[in-house]
Every structure is written in structure tokens, then in C-alpha cells.
Design a protein around this ligand. Structure first.
Ligand SMILES: NC(=O)c1ccc[n+]([C@@H]2O[C@H](COP(=O)([O-])OP(=O)(O)OC[C@H]3O[C@@H](n4cnc5c(N)ncnc54)[C@H](OP(=O)(O)O)[C@@H]3O)[C@@H](O)[C@H]2O)c1
Length: 362
């Protein structure tokens, strides 16, 4: 392989600047340290966090240098430093590259990283799928799978969900919830997973593993879920309520839905208490101030976690294992060529994607 290559990337400078493809040369002979690998990226996936990060890219926070989009990647290692033992040149790898306003991102031809500092990386499992190639499917899972893994309390080991547990998922159609239901059903063997989604998504989400579904476009969701508790669960409440869209309807009557704190039940959210507008998010709007003392401090009434994905090898290993065992597969909404990245972002902005939006980089 030639030493000096072109590295194209989809970048932006500030929140009001356009996204564009920028290009620079990269010397593959010198661009990495002894602790780093260089990955030729084959596919990258978009995540709503890309839109949120850009919306907060004020110059006084983020500077005015170009920043590269995206975190999820799949690709092949083309160079490695002499201290790297776990990986070899030629290995196919998959991971999520954690960064905020980084010069590097996964929506680029090459990614140089230290696997110790970016531990969400593993050798690429094969899906053996006939519709999508392995690079596309692999780019589609690390970030959402890791978030779902944390949402189930598996990373901090705060909860021990199993066959006897009940889970309520607000936002059953999101990609994170898609991963969560597969981990819950196929790995943890949870008996009852209830999801809330639009009526038109019932069939899809049933196929993906949800046991019961409640439509948010057919009357108050709290009534629908309460009805399930009474008729299907004999009054039994949930061990976990997981919110991936930002819905606060359950909060005022949380004791009607969540088991008592003494039973180690949890309300976990990845979005806060209100649905974010991706282009003009308001962090303050997404917290209900009156709930503060019910969630934190010595008199808290329920376990509440609003969390961000943390880098970890643990969920990459479980994901690869489940994929090889055919126990997990991400849904793909659409696949775009690198030069069509603007269409991919439009699809993400629609908030109607059913599965991951993947960009073929190479
Ligand atoms: N904290 C973290 O670390 C973290 C990590 C990943 C993602 N996130 C956040 O989690 C959210 C989900 O991300 P994602 O990538 O999984 O989403 P996504 O796949 O883009 O979600 C799209 C789906 O959301 C559903 N939806 C839209 N409005 C809804 C509503 N009002 N109620 C219920 N469902 C609705 C739609 O399906 P239906 O119309 O069929 O319901 C749509 O298909 C995003 O806000 C993202 O920023 C946070």
C-alpha cells in the first residue's frame, strides 16, 4: 500500500457552518505512535448525537477548526504501533470512537487511535447476511448496543435483570431500544418486555422481540400501560423503565408503574425528561426541577439515572458474542455512499428512521 494517502472526511466548523467533505494527505508511515493503530474505515453510522454535538458547536466552546462527524466504525487495520499486541495489520475491527468536537471522527477514510484510550473496539464478527455486507452491519451496532447494555444496568452492575423481570421501554422503535430488547430477551432471558411506539411500528417491533406494545398515537400511554399491568401482569409493576425518546408522562405517577426502590427498580433515561429538538436542543428543558429531591439525596423516592454512553470493552465483547451466536442483529434503515452524506443526515433529522443509517466510506 502507498504511504501517502488522501484522507477525506465529512466535517463542520461551527454550528451554523455547512457540512462538507474536506480532504488532507496522510502519511501512513508516520501518522501513528507506538500505542496506536490506523484503521481504514469501510463504513460508519450516524447517530442523533452527531446532530446534538453540532447544535452545541459554538465557537467559544468548540473553536473554529474542522471537526469530523460520527463515532461508529467498521474497517481494516492498515498500520499498527510496536506496542500493540491485541491486533494485527489486516484485522477487521469494529468499534465506537468516543470524541467531542474531535478533529478525528469515524466519517473519514482513516482513523488513528490508541485502543487503550478508545477501548470500545473488537475484532469484527460475521453476520453471514445476504442483504448487507459485514462492514455495513458492524458499523450499525457499537454505540446503540453499548447504550442499551448500560441501560440494562449491565456495565455498573446496578441491576440484576433476569427471567422474572419486567421492563417498560419508552421508544420501542429507536435503534437503542432495538438493541436493548434483543439483549433483554436473548441474553438475560427477561420474560416481559413492553414497548411504546407508533401503531404503525407494532408489527416490526413484535418481530424484534417485544412481548407487548402500546401505541403513543392512540390515547394516553399511561392508560395503555396500566391496563397491561392489570390484565397481563396481575398488578405486577416494572423492574426497569427505560426511556429513549424523552417522555415524562410516567413520572407524576411513577409508583403506579415502577416497583418500589426497596426492590432495586430503576428509571433510566438516555435523553432526559423531554424530547429534544435535534437542531436546537435545550438541556434545561430536559430536566423536571421538582423531581430533583425525589431522585437524588437521602430522601430519594426512586432510582433514577440519566446517563451517557461510556467507552468499554465489555459491551463490545458481548455484542460480538451475540452476533456470532445469531442472537443480535441491528436493523438497517438505509445505506448511503460517502458523497451522498447530506441525504443520510436528512434521513437522521426526520426522526423516522427505522434502524441505523449507515454510510459506506470506502
Ligand atoms: N445518552 C446516550 O449515551 C445516548 C446514546 C444513544 C442515543 N441517545 C439518544 O437516544 C435517542 C434515540 O436514539 P436512536 O439512535 O436509538 O434513535 P432513532 O433510531 O433515530 O429513533 C427513531 C425512532 O424514534 C421513534 N420516535 C420518534 N418520536 C417518538 C415519540 N414521540 N415517542 C416514541 N417514539 C418516537 C420513531 O419510531 P415510531 O414512530 O415507530 O415510534 C423512529 O423510528 C436520541 O435522542 C439520541 O440522541 C443517547
Amino acid at each position: 500500500m502507498q504511504e501517502v494517502v488522501e484522507n477525506r472526511a465529512v466535517t463542520f466548523k461551527g454550528r451554523n457552518d455547512p457540512n462538507e467533505i474536506t480532504s488532507e494527505t496522510l502519511n501512513l508511515g508516520t501518522c501513528y505512535s507506538d500505542d496506536e493503530i490506523v484503521i481504514q474505515v469501510h463504513a460508519a453510522a450516524l447517530n442523533p448525537v452527531d446532530l446534538l454535538v453540532k447544535a452545541y458547536a459554538y465557537s467559544w466552546i468548540a473553536g473554529s477548526e474542522p471537526k469530523t462527524f460520527s463515532r461508529d466504525y467498521s474497517g481494516i487495520i492498515v498500520r499498527k504501533g510496536k506496542h500493540i499486541e491485541e491486533f494485527d495489520v489486516g484485522d477487521k475491527v469494529v468499534g465506537t470512537f468516543d470524541h467531542l468536537f474531535g478533529k478525528e471522527g469515524s466519517l473519514s477514510n482513516y482513523l488513528t487511535l490508541d485502543p487503550k484510550k478508545h477501548p470500545s473496539i473488537t475484532k469484527m464478527p460475521s453476520f453471514g447476511d445476504s442483504e448487507y455486507d459485514d462492514f455495513v452491519l458492524n458499523a450499525a451496532w457499537p454505540l446503540v448496543f453499548g447504550t442499551a447494555y448500560m441501560g440494562l444496568g449491565l456495565l455498573d452492575k446496578s441491576q440484576n435483570l433476569g427471567p422474572g423481570s419486567r421492563i417498560l421501554v419508552i421508544g420501542a422503535s429507536t435503534s437503542v431500544s432495538n438493541a436493548l430488547v434483543q439483549i433483554a430477551k436473548n441474553h438475560l432471558k427477561v420474560k416481559s418486555v413492553v414497548g411504546i411506539c407508533s401503531k404503525s411500528s407494532f408489527e416490526r417491533n413484535k418481530e424484534l422481540g417485544f412481548d407487548h406494545l402500546v401505541a403513543y398515537d392512540e390515547g394516553p400511554v399511561t392508560d395503555g400501560v396500566k391496563n397491561l399491568i392489570d390484565t397481563e401482569f396481575n398488578g405486577g409493576k416494572f423492574d426497569l423503565i427505560f426511556d429513549s425518546v424523552g417522555n415524562s408522562e410516567f413520572i407524576p405517577r411513577i409508583e403506579d408503574f415502577l416497583k418500589p426502590i426497596s426492590e432495586n427498580s430503576y428509571y433510566r433515561t438516555i435523553v432526559g425528561d423531554a424530547k429534544l429538538k435535534y437542531t436546537s436542543p435545550s438541556v434545561l428543558r430536559s430536566f423536571i426541577p421538582t423531581e430533583f429531591f425525589k431522585r437524588f439525596g437521602p430522601f430519594k423516592k426512586y432510582n433514577y439515572k440519566n446517563f451517557l454512553l461510556a467507552p468499554s470493552k465489555n459491551y463490545m465483547e458481548l455484542g460480538a458474542k451475540m452476533i456470532s451466536a445469531k442472537e443480535f442483529k441491528p436493523s438497517i434503515d438505509s445505506v448511503f455512499g460517502f458523497d451522498d452524506y447530506a441525504d443520510a443526515f436528512d434521513r437522521l433529522l426526520s426522526n423516522r428512521a427505522k434502524g441505523k443509517i449507515v454510510i459506506k466510506v470506502t
